[in-house]
Design a protein around this ligand. Structure first.
Ligand SMILES: [Zn+2]
Length: 244
């Protein structure tokens, strides 16, 4: 095999015939420019997506800033949609209003958090939605309702968040009513074992949350607090009539 043959084989064919289904174009020059433009555009899009995924061409700070910007945009968009369309979110907003603690827009904020959290309630600042902590819109919806239950409890029941039993009660209610464990809600009625699983899920999640309270020294203390209040707080579904 000669050098010339190898080069010929490697080089792409310069003129390939147009696909048979396409009619021949009247003017080939502008068409190819248009095509080039289109290709350039899709290349730019691809490069932008790729640079977002891999960080190519961005410094680590620029890359993180870009991610934060996208997360914030998505979190805020979902928040608008859920405030408008989610029956659970709307129900809680109405009940907060009725209870005398209306949730205004600036009390429902999206922001970056450490990766272990999806949301938080502070009596002074309202609800924080962790823009980088959601797997899905459903997850954000459950988190919004969960935090609104805390806000409701704070408003209606005068919760002392430094008291671990108080905190435990609100966590049991928020986990039970917020939908965190509602994978079994359709089969709750009539199937004792599924109901049991729902309770176990609520208990497990409440213990994790109480454990994160700075006043809680260890897991055993969190378990004790949750077990002490579980029965009555799990069955206190206010303002819902029942688990929805
Ligand atoms: Zn909580």
């Amino acid at each position: 095999m000669t050098q010339a043959q190898t080069e010929t084989q490697a080089a792409p064919q310069p003129q390939s015939p147009p696909p048979p289904t396409q009619p021949p174009r009247a003017t080939s020059e502008p068409a190819s420019t248009e095509k080039e433009k289109r290709e350039q555009k899709s290349f730019e899009r691809w490069r932008h997506t790729l640079s977002l995924i891999t960080g190519i061409g961005l410094s680590p700070e620029e890359f993180q800033a870009e991610i934060n910007k996208q997360d914030l945009k998505e979190c805020e968009l979902r928040r608008e949609q859920l405030v408008k369309n989610s029956p659970g979110v709307r129900f809680m907003m109405n009940n907060l209003q009725k209870a005398g603690c209306p949730l205004t827009k600036n009390m429902l904020e999206c922001g970056p958090c450490d990766m272990t959290k999806s949301g938080g309630f502070s009596k002074d600042h309202g609800i924080l939605l962790c823009q980088n902590g959601f797997f899905s819109k459903k997850h954000q919806e459950h988190t919004m309702i969960h935090e609104m239950i805390h806000m409701y409890d704070h408003c209606v029941f005068n919760v002392d968040w430094n008291n671990l039993r108080h905190h435990a009660c609100s966590e049991v209610r928020a986990a039970g009513l917020g939908g965190d464990c509602n994978w079994s809600r359709e089969v709750r009625r009539g199937f004792y074992t599924f109901t049991k699983q729902h309770q176990e899920c609520v208990k497990r999640r409440a213990i994790l949350s109480v454990q994160a309270n700075p006043k809680c020294p260890d897991r055993a203390t969190a378990e004790k607090a949750v077990n002490a209040v579980f029965e009555s707080c799990y069955n206190d579904t206010r303002p819902f009539d029942e688990f929805y």
